[in-house]
Design a protein around this ligand. Structure first.
Ligand SMILES: [Fe+2]
Length: 342
């Protein structure tokens, strides 16, 4: 890949950009991001993205460590999400100018050197003051295996191991920001995990296009200009079941499962819309994906990992418990950025 990312600013015509805010308002209610998929047998009692969580708890966002208790750290990263478009299903009105944006499609195609582009999903994330997103890579897909039938951490390890490239379904992501927040910069490692961490401000109507399955990235802490109680490092308890509801006049009401109430204005929130598209290098790879040809299965994946672990001199993997095995796979293949290079 020649270019690691493309920055688009401005992204949309001003009226279209304003409409992106109106879409969230029209949807009224955002729930928190809930994990999907199953992990039967493999690391089944571990969170789906324990690879990210454990790294965040031990290193924090910037590699200098995490001072939070585990429950506070969970609240910091439990953001709000709703889907706008899924495949051919458009779930909100007015998203066309973003979902079908020629520049996003062209940038994705160029970045992945793709001949066939298939738009996959458009979704919105909202982070409230005090929240941030741990450094991670997104959940990739392979022919036959995706987050619906495989543990998310396993898919992530498969990508980083580079052992499954011929089955990979390349995905390019565009993250666009609307509304603008004093913090909440997009932070990433464009030169790879061993390189420098760079940050791009979440300015209104700007976007980045990149391969978030490969490039480690996260979100710096969201700040509030108007709320004293959340302008420091404090954060409301955003546990599961929390809701964020538009109550008119540019204001959002958050209710946590613990019964806390908080009212935010748009300027307090970090609102992003993400687009993901499958980028096939050739008509052949597109056809294989479309028709489900040459698919991987979990036993096949474990066999390939087993051979590679043996070649690396790791001979005890077969004797490990499912959770220990999962941890071993993450430790062996996912090289998180060490941090402190900002
Ligand atoms: Fe991500």
């Amino acid at each position: 890949m020649v270019n690691q990312y493309t920055y688009l600013a401005p992204l949309l015509a001003p009226t279209d950009a304003d409409r992106m805010l109106a879409i969230a308002e029209g949807l009224r209610r955002f729930g928190t991001y809930a994990d999907e998929g199953t992990s039967d047998g493999l690391g089944e009692t571990l969170p789906q993205r324990f690879d990210v969580g454990f790294n965040y708890l031990s290193r924090g966002l910037d590699g200098e460590g995490c001072c939070d208790e585990a429950s506070v750290a969970l609240g910091r990263t439990n953001y709000f999400r709703e889907t706008y478009v899924y495949g051919d299903e458009q779930q909100v009105d007015g998203i066309e100018s973003f979902a079908n944006h020629a520049l996003i499609g062209e940038s994705a195609r160029a970045l992945a050197d793709a001949s066939v582009l298939v738009p996959a999903i458009v979704y919105a994330n909202i982070l409230v003051p005090g929240q941030e997103l741990a450094i991670h890579t997104d959940v990739p897909e392979f022919r036959g295996l995706n987050r619906k039938n495989a543990p998310q951490w396993l898919l992530v390890c498969m990508l980083h191991s580079k052992l499954f490239e011929s089955w990979r379904v390349p995905i390019v992501t565009c993250v666009a920001w609307f509304g603008g927040n004093a913090g909440g910069a997009f932070t990433f490692y464009p030169e790879g995990a061993a390189g420098r961490r760079e940050s791009i401000a979440a300015d209104h109507n700007t976007a980045i296009v990149l391969d978030t399955d490969r490039v480690f990235h996260g979100v710096e802490r969201v700040k509030s200009a108007s709320l004293e109680e959340t302008s420091s490092d404090r954060i409301a308890d955003v546990g599961s079941g929390a809701t964020l509801e538009f109550v008119g006049d540019g204001r959002w009401h958050m209710q946590t499962s613990g019964g806390d109430d908080c009212v935010y204005h748009w300027a307090d929130l970090r609102y992003s819309i993400s687009w993901k598209g499958y980028c096939f290098k050739s008509a052949i790879s597109h056809r294989k994906w479309q028709h489900g040809e040459e698919c991987l299965s979990i036993p096949q994946v474990l066999e390939i990992f087993e051979k590679d672990l043996l070649a690396r001199g790791i001979t005890d993997a077969g004797a490990l418990s499912p959770n220990e095995y999962a941890q071993k796979i993450v430790d062996t293949y996912v090289g998180f950025p060490p941090g402190n290079r900002h």
